[in-house]
Design a protein around this ligand. Structure first.
Ligand SMILES: NC(=O)c1ccc[n+]([C@@H]2O[C@H](COP(=O)([O-])OP(=O)(O)OC[C@H]3O[C@@H](n4cnc5c(N)ncnc54)[C@H](OP(=O)(O)O)[C@@H]3O)[C@@H](O)[C@H]2O)c1
Length: 287
């Protein structure tokens, strides 16, 4: 079997067009969607992510605020900035780029965000809503994966899904979303016993390790016809790669996402979609 490609470019372009239209409609109704990003320090990867998020937003007509703060910025100063963005009626979405420097208590900052502006979907309120099956602003990477499955009409109901990742950003929220769609989900991580056996039984494998030396998925590790969603990103000889050995996995899977060109593009566009949702919520709440 040669896998069909789950093309993040096609799906993200489709969603981007819908977001652009929604932004136009909000503007016609007097609401200019606005995303504020907050970056503490000058980590090169985080700086690149913020640059892309800013330019993606501008491309669809969302205005942006770009808060860049020194690496030594203090907890109470950052809290004050978050509170002021929460209060600002012209700002609809607030994104605090993670990870934050060591002196900052990440949980306290995220928990301080107004949940209706929480476009990363990481506040305790939004996590709880997701767990209750009523998620509104959901984490971008897992909801992007669900959009990919939906677009290609891949029905996960009844499937055995294995997720290799247990982070708040990827594995945990994705497990809830797959469960909601009636998959049976196993969350795996670095301490999981018999990972190989679990992978070989899976109809759907989602891998998000990001370190090819620690974990590389190849054809021998999956069952014939499995669906493979590759979230991980790392570099080999300066080339961006996923967790999966794409050429190998492609020979045995039924569907596979490429890296680049898969989940990463979806993560980016889902942030725009969440910002539009946040602007719509603000509009409703102001009535
Ligand atoms: N494409 C995108 O849009 C996108 C979005 C988000 C993240 N990512 C990428 O996804 C990867 C993970 O991101 P993250 O923020 O979730 O990082 P993370 O918190 O470090 O997650 C890595 C996960 O992999 C597990 N792991 C590590 N070695 C393993 C092994 N040998 N066997 C099984 N599991 C193992 C870890 O287990 P423990 O919990 O036990 O340590 C952890 O759960 C990174 O490459 C990141 O760049 C991509």
């Amino acid at each position: 079997m040669v896998a069909r490609i789950i093309d993040g470019k096609v799906v993200s372009t489709d969603i981007k067009a819908r977001v652009t239209k929604a932004v136009r409609e909000l503007k016609e109704n007097g609401v200019q969607p606005c995303l504020a990003t907050v970056l503490v320090g000058d980590d090169p990867a985080s700086t690149t992510y913020i640059r892309s998020k800013q330019s993606d937003a501008k491309e669809v007509g969302i205005t942006t605020r770009d808060h860049r703060l020194a690496a030594e910025f203090k907890q109470d100063e950052l809290l004050e900035l978050v509170h002021s963005l929460n209060r600002d009626h012209e700002v609809h979405g607030v994104l605090v780029q993670l990870p934050l420097p060591k002196q900052i208590d990440e949980f306290e900052i995220i928990a301080a965000l107004n949940p209706f502006k929480d476009v990363d979907g990481l506040t305790p309120y939004n996590s709880g809503m997701l767990q209750s099956g009523m998620g509104l602003l959901k984490p971008c990477t897992p909801s992007g994966i669900m959009e990919l499955l939906h677009y290609y009409r891949i029905d996960v109901a009844g499937m055995d899904a294995v997720i290799v990742n247990r982070s708040n950003l990827v594995g945990k929220p994705l497990a809830l979303m797959l469960l909601e769609q009636n998959a049976t989900v196993i969350i795996c991580h670095s301490k999981t016993k018999n990972l190989g056996e679990k992978l070989l039984n899976a109809d759907l494998v989602v891998t998000a390790v990001g370190n090819r030396e620690r974990f590389t998925l190849n054809a021998e590790m999956i069952k014939e016809g499995a669906i493979v969603i590759d979230v991980g990103t790392s570099r080999i000889n300066n080339k961006l790669v996923g967790d999966a050995d794409f050429e190998s996995v492609k020979q045995k899977a039924s569907w596979v996402t490429p890296v680049p060109g898969g989940v990463g593009l979806m993560t980016r566009v889902m942030l725009l979609k969440n910002t539009v949702t946040a602007a719509s919520i603000a509009k409703e709440m102001s009535r």
